[in-house]
Design a protein around this ligand. Structure first.
Ligand SMILES: Cc1cc2nc3c(=O)[nH]c(=O)nc-3n(C[C@H](O)[C@H](O)[C@H](O)COP(=O)(O)O)c2cc1C
Length: 218
C-alpha cells in the first residue's frame, strides 16, 4: 500500500473482532515505527504489547474502576473542554455532534460509544507507548510521531487501529500488569486488530478546510 492510500485509509476503529494479531505482526509494525525521527535520535519510546490473558486482566481492572465511578488519572493531564481555545473546542463540538447523528438516535449512539469505551473497543492487542519520566517535552512530540508511524504501519498491514487516552487512564494498573518500571510514563495506547463490520466503524471524522489551517507567508 502506498503512503497516500494508507494516510487516507487510516481512521479510528472502535470495534474490533476477536481475531488475534500475531507476535510477528506486532514486531513488524514496531520495527517500522522505529524509523520515526526523534530528538538527537534519542528514541525515548518503549512499547508494551498487551494481548491475551494480560490484556483481559487490564480490561477487567479498568471495568472495576469504571463501576466504582473513577475517571482515572493519566500521566498526560486532560483539560476540560471549556478551557480549550475556541477553534479546537469548536472542532471537538462538531465531532461530538456528528458522531451522535451518525446513529439512528442519541440512545443508540450512547450505547455504541460507551459499550466500545468500556471494553477498550474489544481490541485483541494494545501497544502501550511510554517515555521516561525524566524527559523534555520534546520526547512527548517524539512519542506522538512514533504513534502515528505505528498507526500507518498497521493500516498498510491491513489492520485497524485507534490511539486512545481511554486505555492509559489508570497508569497504576498498567504499571502492575505490564510490569512497567515506575520511572516511565504512559503516553497513549495504540489499539490494533481487525475491524468489525459495524455502524460505529463506518463513521469518518471530518477535517477543517485547508485554508483554515494552512497559512502561506510569501
Ligand atoms: C492522543 C489521542 C487520544 C485519543 N483517545 C481516544 C479515546 O480515548 N477514545 C476514542 O474513542 N478515540 C480516541 N482518539 C481518536 C480520536 O477521536 C480520532 O483520532 C479523531 O476523532 C479523528 O478521527 P480519525 O482517527 O478516525 O481520523 C484519540 C486520538 C488521539 C490522537
Amino acid at each position: 500500500m502506498d503512503l497516500e492510500t494508507a494516510m487516507n485509509k487510516r481512521h479510528s476503529v472502535r470495534q474490533f473482532t476477536d481475531q488475534e494479531v500475531s507476535r510477528e505482526q506486532i514486531e513488524h509494525l514496531v520495527s517500522l515505527a522505529q524509523r520515526s525521527p526523534s530528538w538527537v535520535d534519542s528514541q525515548p519510546w518503549q512499547v508494551y504489547a498487551a494481548t491475551g490473558e494480560v490484556l483481559q486482566q487490564i480490561k477487567a481492572a479498568y471495568q472495576e474502576q469504571d463501576q466504582a465511578g473513577n475517571h482515572g488519572d493519566p500521566d498526560l493531564k486532560v483539560m476540560s473542554r471549556g478551557d480549550w481555545q475556541e477553534r479546537p473546542q469548536a472542532n471537538m463540538k462538531q465531532w461530538g455532534h456528528e458522531i451522535v447523528h451518525h446513529f439512528a438516535n442519541y440512545d443508540e449512539a450512547h450505547e455504541a460509544m460507551t459499550g466500545a469505551a468500556n471494553n477498550l473497543n474489544f481490541a485483541p492487542a494494545i501497544l502501550f507507548i511510554t517515555i521516561p519520566k525524566q524527559s523534555p517535552d520534546w520526547s512527548i512530540l517524539d512519542a506522538g510521531i512514533f504513534a502515528q508511524s505505528l498507526l500507518l504501519a498497521a493500516t498498510a498491514e491491513g489492520l485497524g487501529s485507534i490511539p486512545t487516552y481511554n486505555s492509559v487512564r489508570f497508569p497504576a494498573i498498567l504499571h502492575q500488569f505490564l510490569e512497567v518500571p515506575e520511572d516511565e510514563r504512559f503516553m497513549v495506547g495504540i489499539e490494533i486488530g481487525y475491524p468489525a463490520d459495524t455502524k460505529i466503524n463506518q463513521y469518518r471524522a471530518k477535517r477543517q478546510d485547508l485554508a483554515d489551517l494552512l497559512h502561506f507567508r510569501d
